[in-house]
Ligand binder design. Structure first.
Ligand code: SF4
Length: 331
């Protein structure tokens, strides 16, 4: 099975920017970017990130706003903040070199067991396993695991299997081959078993259980939220709001003020937008408004032409960019 899967990987793997040239820094950044984000979204942003921060020292020294801007479009911005914090820790505690022992890697902000295993196996050739969503699906079908894949006991079983089967000489390629199989052949719906290099060993294939496995927990229902946001403009400047770390969404981000932030009445409705964060569907109503007489310290006037420097999240770009376009068009 191992030989067949690795030969297939050597032949059929996708050429992706982070696979063409590897280093611990590149593998680390690619793994963080790929968490909860598609390859298609990461690929065009990957090299741009390295152009902005060519080495760990540059990332550690960069202003947080610059790191967040380079992250724009990838979402889940806490990952970008953790990257910067981890880079600072690497500078302070490891002399600027990415650590190569499991405990030190796991000790870095934003890195869990999966990411530590991925970096150590791919960039350092160490035999640490990985289990992500793709590996779970492949294992559930390959070994005929019929328990809910999110159960603690099933997770434990998956990690044991990953440890047991890791390739001792090519652990990085082995881990990537498993993930690649899940991403391109053993797909959630209609796996392409005719092309699969491990079909001879696959329990689900032999028993016709591909559609029953893996057993997934019930999906979380979507939650609808409503935000009333304010467009307050005066003398070519727009009022922005620094969101607090205790906000439920977009913590510590610059954004447009919401009606609940300011003592001012929402005026004319300018536009309505929809945006999804995890399982929350946010309906945004953007209203024109007047600035209150006194402004709290979180509110800052920003020249309209500099809004791009502050509004990073696609939620705000959706609201503000289109509004700017509309205003310009009617000017
Ligand atoms: S044979 Fe089919 S179900 Fe089994 S691992 Fe391959 S693609 Fe997945």
């Amino acid at each position: 099975m191992k030989k067949a899967l690795l030969s297939w990987y050597d032949r059929a793997r996708r050429r992706l920017p982070w696979r063409e040239k590897t280093s611990p820094y590149r593998t680390w950044v690619s793994e963080i970017m790929l968490q909860q984000t598609t390859v298609a979204a990461v690929a065009p942003r990957f090299e741009k990130f390295f152009a902005a921060f060519p080495h760990i020292k540059a990332l550690a020294a960069a202003p947080e706003e610059k790191v967040l801007r380079a992250w724009a479009g990838l979402g889940y911005y806490s990952r970008a903040r953790n990257l910067k914090k981890a880079a600072q820790k690497i500078m302070a505690e490891h002399g600027g070199r990415f650590p190569s022992d499991f405990d030190s890697v796991l000790d870095l902000p934003g890195i869990g067991r999966y990411t530590a295993g991925a970096i150590l196996s791919i960039a350092f050739g160490k035999p640490y396993p990985v289990v992500d969503g793709n590996v779970m699906r492949v294992f559930a079908r390959l070994f005929g695991i019929s328990e809910d894949v999110k159960n603690a006991a099933t997770q434990k079983e998956m990690w044991s299997l990953a440890e047991k089967f890791i390739h001792p000489r090519r652990p990085g390629d082995w881990n990537q081959a498993l993930m690649e199989l899940g991403a391109t052949v053993c797909l959630p719906d209609s796996p392409d078993c005719g092309l699969c290099p491990v079909s001879r060993d696959c329990v689900a294939f032999k028993m016709g259980l591909q559609d029953e496995l893996p057993v997934m927990p019930a999906r979380r229902a979507f939650v609808d939220l409503k935000w009333a946001c304010l467009w307050i403009e005066k003398d070519g400047k727009v009022l922005l709001w620094k969101r607090s770390p205790s906000e439920r969404f977009l913590k510590d981000h610059w954004g447009l003020p919401e009606a609940r932030h300011l003592k001012t009445k929402p005026g004319k409705l300018l536009r309505a937008e929809r945006h999804t964060i995890t399982h929350h569907k946010i309906g945004i109503a953007l209203h024109e408004a007047q600035a209150p007489k006194t402004l709290p310290p979180e509110a800052v006037w920003v020249p309209r032409k500099r809004l791009d420097e502050f509004l990073v999240s696609s939620l705000w770009l959706k609201c503000a960019r289109e509004h700017l376009g509309a205003v310009r068009a009617s000017a």
